[in-house]
Design a binder for this molecule. Structure first.
Ligand code: HEM
Length: 416
């Protein structure tokens, strides 16, 4: 592929189709890291922003959470979508999840769910996660010798885990799956409900209606689950506002699902493409923890978050004015040559592996331990039973600037 010009490279970040073409995306990011690591991107329909592509700069910005704020622009969206979401918020029906908030409110809201993601809660959930991992590996065996791994396996397993943690009934599985895909795959034609801001808001409204009913029921009859902790969570002695409560469900249901699906399918794809690493792992399953980290680095399911400068400041000598936004390019940070030896090599034993796939600082992924456990359970179940595996067609990536990965991974395999 020819070297992109500076302007082409920067614009790629604000072009959903580029995320469906790994080679094009990485050529642009490699070029930016080397030549323009704090790049101005002006590519309508998005409002302009600074693209931050170096690992150290992304960490420094996330660490300075009183200077670089999540409000009012936590992620990249077309200007008209930004405006529609703002209007919705002003009308009292908006989405304000943990990722939209800043401290001190953010810290208080985060604390309400935090216990459910600590090691003790994870240990309690492990039996259920292992059981689900086995269920899906058994399913692979039963539907073999070919399947679309994303559609048949990876999409279902993490959603079941999240629904279990929340305490929701399995019957609600299809409805949740459709809504999370419509919400996070919003820019990809295959998954979106429609292409207008109204369509996105309709998805949000459906989410809100479902979870409003759940809140009412958990307040009337509290249970021992995360849904109940959220419904009855208090800040400074008061129940959380409707917007904060409903948004909490939305972030848990959606952040815990597509991300892990993308990490599992991206991880399996990497193992297929690197049969030596697959064999190495199968022969030494003690490498599973480092292998899981490497799969998460490799897939980088969350492509970006944004922050907005509260004051005039500088990054790497480039002046950022108050009110301007920075785009934290996790995909780029995770291939930064200054941090990772041979960053384009998939290495199941990579250690250290300071990837940024879970972000950094006060917003560090609340579900990181859960995601790691899910992946560990799944591959620990699958690999000893996997006798052969190869691609049975062309894998396809989703076209989205936010959460994304493989949307199809056709495989031919034999599972005992
Ligand atoms: C491999 C899978 C996952 C990846 C790659 C991932 C990635 C991320 C990233 C990049 C952030 C933002 C961090 C920042 O701004 O510094 C985040 C936040 C978050 N994630 Fe995850 N995540 C994954 C799985 C999960 C799971 C399983 C859950 C469970 C519910 C979850 C829940 C959350 C929540 C609630 C936040 C917001 C935290 C806050 O703003 O304080 N994630 N995640």
């Amino acid at each position: 592929m020819s070297t992109p010009t500076m302007d082409e490279a920067a614009k790629v970040l604000a072009d959903p189709s580029a995320y469906a073409d790994d080679e094009r995306l990485h050529a642009a990011l490699t070029h930016l890291r080397a030549n323009n690591p704090v790049a101005w991107v002006d590519n309508p329909p998005y409002r302009p922003f600074w693209a931050i592509t170096k690992h150290a700069d992304i960490m420094a910005i996330e660490r300075a959470n009183d200077l670089f704020l999540s409000e009012p622009r936590p992620l990249l969206a077309a200007a008209e979508v930004d405006d529609a979401l703002k209007a919705q918020m002003e009308a009292g029906m908006g989405l304000r999840t943990l990722i939209h908030m800043d401290d001190p409110h953010h810290r208080k809201v985060r604390a309400i769910g935090a216990d459910w993601f600590r090691p003790k809660a994870m240990r309690a959930l492990k039996v259920r996660v292992d059981e689900l991992a086995k269920r899906y590996v058994d399913k692979m065996r039963d539907i073999g010798p070919e399947c679309d791994f994303v559609e048949e396996i990876a999409v279902n397993f993490p959603l079941y885990v999240i629904l279990s943690l929340l305490g929701l009934p399995e019957d609600d599985f299809p409805r949740m799956m459709k809504l999370t895909q419509e919400m996070f795959g919003g820019q990809d034609a295959e998954h979106q409900r429609g292409d207008s801001p109204e369509d996105l808001l309709a998805v949000l409204t459906d989410f809100f209606n479902y979870f409003s009913a759940l809140t009412a029921s958990r307040r009337a009859n509290p249970t021992e689950d995360l849904a109940s902790a959220i419904a009855n969570g208090r800040i400074d002695g008061e129940l959380m506002s409707d917007v904060d409560t409903l948004s909490y469900y939305v972030i848990v249901a959606s952040a815990g699902h597509d991300t892990t699906k993308d990490a599992i399918s991206g991880g399996l794809h990497a193992l297929i493409e690197n049969p030596g690493e697959l064999k190495r792992l199968q022969e030494n399953m003690n490498l599973m923890p480092t292998a899981v980290e490497e799969m998460i680095r490799w897939a980088t399911p969350v492509k970006e978050f944004m922050r907005t400068a509260a004051e005039d400041t500088e990054v790497r000598g480039v002046r950022i004015a108050k009110g301007e936004s920075v785009y934290l390019a996790y995909v780029s940070g995770n291939r930064d040559e200054e941090i990772f030896d041979d960053p384009f090599r998939f290495d199941v034993g990579r250690d250290p592996n300071k990837h940024l796939s879970f972000g950094y600082g006060v917003h560090f992924c609340l579900g990181a331990a859960l995601a790691r456990m899910e992946m560990n359970s799944f591959f620990t179940e699958l690999l000893p039973r996997l006798e052969s595996i190869e691609l049975a067609g062309k894998p396809e990536l989703s076209a989205t600037t936010f959460v994304g990965g493989l949307k199809h991974l056709p495989i031919r395999y034999s599972v005992r």
